[in-house]
Design a protein around this ligand. Structure first.
Ligand code: PMP
Length: 407
């Protein structure tokens, strides 16, 4: 699809063909969940129709087909993020489970009383709460890289936060609340200079840009399938081999063992050590198809398209004097958070919906970001490559309606 028009590509998303209250759907809630193209939907149907069975267990043909589809998807993931080995890509239920897996498997084993974990002011709750739980359990301390009013991390503060007690730095690649692209390379370099590993939450980066975990030198990298044209119920935890091998398993059960006796269990090697029980095989296969789909367009092309749409949307919103954009960093990806002055974001979202414009209103699971900016919530429009200028124009038109209603 590298030479397809964007309208041809958009036409592959059946969900976008519907109307809401007589208005064509303008789906601008992609940071919450993106949509699936027909090719991914067809792959899910084919798996269910022709290949479904349990994995890694049966000697029969169908089980081998399912296992093959499952493990091929792992190879696609590894290639997509440039992991050195697909065994370093663990299937999880989503990014949240990925962070929790590291917290339980690594954190509970290696973090001790008096240690420190560093997070950033821009994190999603998924990359705060598990670390808080760990700190509470271990008597460790959570430290925070602050942010500016524009929503940029003050990375200059990192040297004063890093100490010989620091056990992990946890940072989002792109903020879901404001869209800021964080300087993860710089943060990783500084942390590594202190011998500290870094977990990157890549939920909002992987769908929008080429991500190379080796070039970043990330120690852990997590993301979710449903934000990258795949199904829900599937995510990835990438980790460096030596870290994954040193970790304890998160859950015990079938599939994650080599041998079991009542005296002792020997665990399976990675990745299976972290995949206890029957996995979400269908969703894994769907994620593999989503990766094929994104690669058929090209991640660089997707990034350029979304940058153009973001620029257009930002410019159009800036023309509206009753709106304030929150998060004005120069380097942003696919997200515009804003407030309509004097109107609660939930009212904004509800009125926009009556004109077919789907956005998110709330704290975006990033309450500390809202507190820092002094707002209870924001309205958030988030773009994908299949959006177009008509979607942005529909947003602008609906925002005018909000103004007309509220005066
Ligand atoms: N981190 C970020 C930056 C996110 O945007 C999200 C999803 N909103 C998550 C983590 C959590 O992802 P999931 O709910 O798929 O586990």
């Amino acid at each position: 699809r590298s030479d397809w028009t964007w309208e041809q590509i958009r036409a592959e998303f059946p969900v976008l063909r519907q109307s809401i209250d007589g208005h064509p759907l303008s789906y601008l809630d992609n940071a919450a969940s993106s949509q699936m193209p027909q090719e991914v939907i067809d792959r899910l149907t084919w798996y269910q129709s022709a290949e479904h069975s349990n994995v890694h267990r049966g000697v029969h043909t169908l089980s081998q087909k399912a296992t093959d589809a499952y493990e091929k998807a792992r190879e696609k993931v590894a290639r997509f993020i440039n992991a050195p080995d697909s065994a370093q890509c663990i299937f999880t239920r989503g990014a949240t489970e990925g962070v929790n897996l590291v917290m339980h498997g690594w954190g509970r084993k290696f973090v001790e009383e008096g240690d420190e974990i560093i997070v950033t002011a821009l994190e999603h709750h998924a990359n705060i709460v598990p670390w808080q739980m760990l700190c509470e359990e271990k008597g460790a301390t959570l430290k925070v890289i602050p942010m500016t009013d524009a929503g940029e991390l003050v990375v200059d503060e990192l040297p004063t936060l890093l100490s010989d007690k620091t056990k992990m730095v946890c940072v989002s690649h792109v903020s879901n609340a404001l869209g800021t692209v964080n300087p993860v390379e710089d943060i990783i370099e500084q942390a590594h200079a202190h011998g500290v590993p870094v977990l990157v939450d890549g939920c909002q980066a992987v769908p929008h840009m080429k991500v190379d975990v080796q070039a970043l030198d990330a120690d852990f990298y997590v993301f979710s399938g449903h934000k990258m044209c795949g199904p829900t119920g599937i995510g990835i935890l990438y980790g460096k081999r030596e870290l994954l091998e040193a970790m304890n398993p998160f859950m015990g059960g079938g599939d994650m063992i080599r041998t079991v006796t009542f005296e002792k269990t020997e665990y399976a090697p990675i990745p299976h050590k972290f995949e206890a029980g029957t996995p979400s095989i269908l969703a894994v296969v769907g994620l593999g198809a989503a990766i094929d789909y994104l690669e058929s367009i090209g991640m660089d092309r997707i990034a350029r398209r979304e940058a153009e749409l973001l620029e257009y949307a930002t410019q159009r919103i800036e023309e509206l004097d009753f709106i304030r954009i929150l998060g004005t960093a120069p380097n942003k990806a696919s997200v515009i958070s804003f407030e309509v002055l004097g109107v609660h974001p939930h009212d904004v979202g509800t009125i926009l919906d009556t004109e077919g414009v789907a956005i998110r209103a709330g704290h975006h699971c990033a309450q500390p970001v809202m507190d820092r900016l002094g707002v209870p919530a924001t309205a958030r429009a988030s773009l994908a490559f299949y959006n177009n200028k008509d979607d942005v124009d529909a947003l602008i038109g609906a925002l005018q309606t909000v103004k007309d209603i509220f005066g």
